[in-house]
Design a binder for this molecule. Structure first.
Ligand code: C2E
Ligand code: CA
Ligand code: CA
Length: 741
């Protein structure tokens, strides 16, 4: 059989070719062709026939196998073989087909081209085999003239080239897809540009270095010129990052990057590339130095990749903008509250145990806003921000609230003393020089909780405590404070439930005329009786009720209770008794306070002038106009209004004059020492002021006869205090009235 196969060899390779157009100029590279035949002569004839053939710029190089088994081994050893010219019948009838199966199935090499050759048509493999194993050509050896062989080989190698470039593109595309999705996760511009360089290196599968360049403005902190900066580098020097491109001192690169920008096109060179990225106004140039020139396919792939990169580059800018909007304070350009919480998260996680986090709360900032306008207020905040940032250590500063700043830094640097010195000199806000002070809350690393939000809460606890302090305006968080918070929460819970169970009482403290000595009214004061029969002081639970908002419901109840007391007094023919009710700030903040009061009066059918509201000066600090408007409306309905604790607040005279007042209550602090020599000046001034403003003046906290005497001398109208009576329950108050009037 072997003999007959070879008997047609004479027909082989008759030179019928003069098609020199396929003999192109060669390059250094070759195509490896495996000739498999058990007849050595076929090897030499084949080689001879193909001797000057150049396919797609490359010559052929031969590997020889003389059996199917040999062939299999050689294919494994020579991965660059692109074409196998394969004899079908060798050691067995189908040794060639075994090789085919081995290539396609065992090695899973779909790219290698296979041309089957057989001596006789009778040994042609089934058509299904040709299809299944992707055999390029099947030729009987008689058909293989030189011309036909050249054509067949030429076509096969071209097919190989296409297949491998398709697979290269596919792999490239896979890289693009996976590369792009990796990049999508990078949200910072720096990370993104770094990632882009990495992906490019992978995509081009070359050992290359590169730079990612863009104009610094908006990307590099503090860069507001239009110079080119290096945003990221690959295999160059990390010191280049965030530097101007010119610091590289490479004129060629600087020149080409600029050219790329101005010409808005990629610049390809054999040893380097300048890729132009542009989308939505975001532009960048990627420089790469190449170890070998790019093929057309690589260029095409690159361009596909770059479209995606440009989209991503725009996105990352947009993301940055969103991020800025979400995490930056627009006024001071500092991190905002959200960002501060993140910084605190890092503070918690860091190994640095000697760090401290703090809050700085400006005192009376709203006064500046009210008095000098928001513009000056904003400038003041910006000035404070700037001064805080001048701390020499690497601390992080944020604006956490309207007038609250956050700071994280070394314990040795962020101290009450250093922070306080910041507020010793006035701040320049526009034309104004303003002196402002602040309170500070601190939390040391060792006390810090497990998350940023919790730490913020801890510093807040310390800050709130600092605000209440009279001398030192700072506090370091400790766990006892938390106990206090817990205590407060428990108290609020208990107050809420006791109020719901109707366990609060309203007591009355008589107020008397200094002229007639008769009771003219009473101040209604809340009492909270505990289970063991004791009382919790209103000075303790009223602030909690205010803090928790409970005061709104409780205050409503108090007003109704007071109205029903007025009714009871009327029924007992005590006609000229006014009941005063204390009102807290949160009650005013709720828009319907006036209606609440009017409804109470109407539903109890009591004369409005018998209800008096006691407000403190502090009530004006929040939103003076709202309070003034409400009081004016109440006054229009004849409700009486008293200014409580007068002399202890901060309000300006101009506001006080706008209040529709009936009475001034002189605070106990001015009364205590009034009988002592030269100690009555302030009381005198206040009483005098009240008279000038045409108001009744009542003195609070009168405990002694001497005080009463002095008050009478000063022309005070009315009195209230333990000297006359302590606050008492409703029934006792009726008894008191009976015995007094
Ligand atoms: P305040 O409005 O200044 O009430 C007067 C406080 O002084 C009352 O304390 C009263 O018992 C006390 N007092 C009266 N005469 C004397 C005296 O001669 N000597 C001394 N040492 N104290 C005297 P109380 O009842 O403990 O109330 C404390 C504060 O709680 C009140 O101060 C008021 O601000 C608030 N409060 C009480 N009830 C209510 C209420 O119904 N609503 C609101 N919003 N606050 C209330
Ligand atoms: Ca009062
Ligand atoms: Ca008072």
């Amino acid at each position: 059989m072997h003999a007959s196969e070879n008997s047609h060899d004479d027909f082989l390779f008759i030179d019928d070719s003069d098609e020199d157009e396929i003999l192109e100029g060669g390059s250094g590279d070759t195509w490896q062709v495996l000739i498999v035949d058990d007849d050595p002569e076929i090897h030499s004839v084949t080689q001879l026939a193909l001797s000057d053939l150049v396919v797609l710029g490359r010559k052929l190089e031969y590997v020889h196998a003389y059996s199917g088994q040999d062939a299999c081994k050689l294919i494994v050893e020579n991965p660059d073989i692109v074409l196998v010219l394969l004899d079908v019948v060798m050691e067995t009838d189908d040794a060639g087909l075994t090789v085919v199966k081995y290539i396609r199935e065992a090695l899973n090499r779909q790219d290698i081209r296979i041309v089957l050759r057989t001596g006789q048509p009778g040994y042609a493999p089934e058509e299904s085999v040709i299809k299944e194993y992707d055999i390029n050509d099947y030729k009987t050896k008689t058909e293989l003239t030189r011309r036909k062989l050249v054509t067949t080989v030429y076509a096969a190698i071209r097919a190989y080239q296409q297949i491998s470039s398709v697979s290269e593109s596919r792999q490239g595309l896979e890289k693009i897809v996976s590369g792009s999705s990796t990049l999508l996760e990078l949200h910072s511009i720096a990370q993104y540009s770094q990632g882009t360089l990495k992906q490019l290196v992978q995509l081009l599968a070359q050992d290359i270095g590169g730079l990612f360049c863009a104009r610094g403005q908006g990307i590099i902190e503090d860069a507001d010129d239009l110079s080119f900066y290096i945003i990221a580098q690959q295999a160059m020097s990390s010191q280049l990052v965030n530097q101007k491109l010119d610091t590289l001192q490479n004129e060629e690169i600087s020149k080409q990057v600029k050219a790329c920008f101005t010409q808005k096109t990629h610049q390809y060179f054999d040893d380097s590339l300048y890729l132009y990225l542009a989308r939505g106004g975001y532009r960048a140039v990627v420089y790469l130095n190449l170890s070998e020139a790019l093929s057309d396919i690589q260029k095409q792939l690159l361009e596909v990749f770059l479209t995606g990169i440009a989209i991503g580059y725009e996105n990352v800018h947009l993301f940055q903008k969103l991020n800025n909007a979400a995490y930056k304070d627009w006024l001071t350009n500092l991190p905002n509250r959200l960002a501060f919480v993140r910084l605190l998260d890092n503070f918690v996680k860091s190994d640095n145990e000697s760090e401290v986090a703090a809050l700085i709360d400006l005192n009376h900032f709203s006064d500046v806003n009210d008095a000098l306008g928001q513009d000056v207020g904003n400038k003041l905040l910006a000035a404070v921000a700037k001064r805080l940032q001048s701390l020499s250590c690497h601390c992080k500063v944020a604006r956490v609230g309207a007038d609250v700043f956050g700071i994280i830094g070394a314990e040795s640097c962020v101290t009450p003393e250093t922070l306080m010195t910041f507020f010793e000199l006035p701040f320049t806000a526009g034309e104004q020089k303003l002196l402002i002070n602040a309170c500070f809350g601190f939390c040391r690393k060792e006390h810090a909780n497990t998350s940023g939000v919790k730490v913020l809460n801890q510093i807040n606890i310390a800050l709130n405590l600092a605000k209440k302090k009279r001398i030192e305006h700072f506090a370091y968080y400790n766990s006892e404070m938390e106990d206090e918070t817990q205590w407060r929460l428990n108290m609020i819970r208990a107050l809420r439930s006791d109020f719901a169970d109707d366990r609060l009482e309203l007591w009355y403290q008589p107020q008397l005329s200094l002229v007639s000595g008769k009771v003219i009214g009473a101040e209604a004061l809340l009492r909270w009786r505990t289970a063991d029969g004791g009382f919790i002081s209103p000075s303790v639970f009223i602030p909690l009720a205010e803090y928790s908002g409970l005061i709104i419901e409780i205050g409503d109840w108090v007003i109704n209770q007071a109205c029903s007391q007025i009714k009871v007094l009327e029924q007992h023919s005590f006609d000229n008794i006014t009941i005063s009710v204390n009102v807290s700030i949160p009650q005013f903040r709720l828009g319907n306070f006036v209606d609440t009061v009017l409804t109470a009066i109407n539903s109890h059918k009591v004369p409005a002038e018998k209800l008096e509201l006691e407000i403190t000066e502090n009530i004006l600090m929040d939103d003076p106009q709202v309070v003034i408007d409400a009081l004016v409306r109440l006054k229009e309905h004849n409700i009486s209004i008293a200014l409580d604790d007068f002399g202890t607040g901060f309000s300006s005279m101009s506001y006080l004059q706008k209040l529709p007042l009936d009475r001034l209550k002189v605070d106990r602090a001015f009364i205590t020492d009034i009988a002592k020599e030269n100690q009555s000046v302030l009381a005198e001034t206040i009483i005098d002021l009240g008279q000038k403003m045409n108001l009744k003046v009542i003195a609070e906290g009168v405990e002694e006869l001497e005080q009463q005497t002095r008050l009478r001398e000063l022309g005070c109208d009315e009195v209230q205090g333990f000297y006359y009576a302590k606050p008492m329950p409703q029934d006792e108050f009726l008894d008191f009235l009976r015995s007094n009037n």
